[in-house]
Write a protein that binds this ligand. Sequence first.
Ligand SMILES: *Cc1c(COP(=O)(O)O)cnc(C)c1O
Length: 418
Amino acid sequence: MKTPFVTKEQIEDIVKKYPTPFHIYDEKQIRENAKKMYKAFSWNKGFKEYFAVKATPNPTILKILHECGCGTDCSSLAELVMSERCNIMGNDIMFSSNDTPAEEFAYAAKLGATINLDDITHIDMLKETCGIPKRISCRFNPGGKFAIANTIMDNPGDAKYGMTPEQIIEAYKRLKDEGAEEFGMHAFLASNTVTNDYYPTLAKILFEMAVKIKEETGVKLSFINLSGGIGIPYKPDQEGNDIEKIAEGVHKVYDEVLVPAGMGDVAIFTESGRFMLAPYGHLVTKAIHEKHTYKEYIGVDACAANLMRPAMYGAYHHITVLGKEDQPLDHKYDITGSLCENNDKFAIDRMLPKIDMGDYLVIHDTGAHGFAMGYNYNGRLWSAELLLREDGSVIQIRRPETIEDYFATLDNYWDIEL
Ligand SMILES: *Cc1c(COP(=O)(O)O)cnc(C)c1O
């Protein structure tokens, strides 16, 4: 069972000022979850979560998380600038990019961010662009298949990210020769994992590699970055991850592998996006059409441009019809947006209570990779983002896009002679 963090009455009040559709985030739960994460990893002295900015690129969100101790994980110029404008800089930024333009390396270096190199060839590029910084990280890809207890989770051998074992060892040697003094390692091997074993399994691979790196190169890593990939239960019958158990699992392999190798001072970093934010955001939309043809359709005022995951991945997002939480789920609907694309459906054959025009629908778990993946197809505009404060008040943390915003990048279109 999934319960929205807003009621029908609250939404009816909010829409007087901020019309649908909009994304709304719950500050209280965001803070509580971040605190839980830090508590779970408190056994590790240097632990730090670098929130993946791409998941929810909004300065207010970054600042809330920064207050909770989090840094930022950036992978583009705009994300670096957003972090900078939030005054989150230096060691509080992890720059985990790939296929990186030279000027972005330079900008990251200027901010004092920790640069996480995706490839061995980036060493030369970085050296030529801005020099090798004192603190540096490398991204590891062990290849093959990534399995947890015989279940294949993902396919690193097919992934574009990271360096092979041979390359990463060579990379640390070179970086040391080039004057780097503090080293880290990073890997992201599976996404949206709903199991408490992902981080511990990944940690074991990285910790064993770290010991090997020390033996073969003399480089002793000072941090290991488990990156993102901790999932959330999008479906109401799924059991969520237990961050306490996850952190305990990492602690256990840390004690088994790193401590005996004299590496008991390695800091653990994470770059969670989804786990930090997804459950604490809703897309709120209004039913504006009902259509009875070969199927029953409810048309809403949001579309895939506001939330791409269902159209792109066929992802499940739970839907609650506000005010009808206790009514029987006795109607089967496709919930559609307005794009001229038949995959613009938030739900297909979903059992819901009877929906009337004007009903407000909460689409759950849109706090990460929700608004952020928006686009302008069909001339659909970006929605507002709102924040539900801890005192129950609501503020707008991004205004909705206007038609003028949409035209703002079109140069001289009246003047061009054709
Ligand atoms: C996307 C991404 C993350 C965050 O992933 P989640 O699945 O949201 O936890 C972290 N680090 C890197 C490098 C990423 O690309």
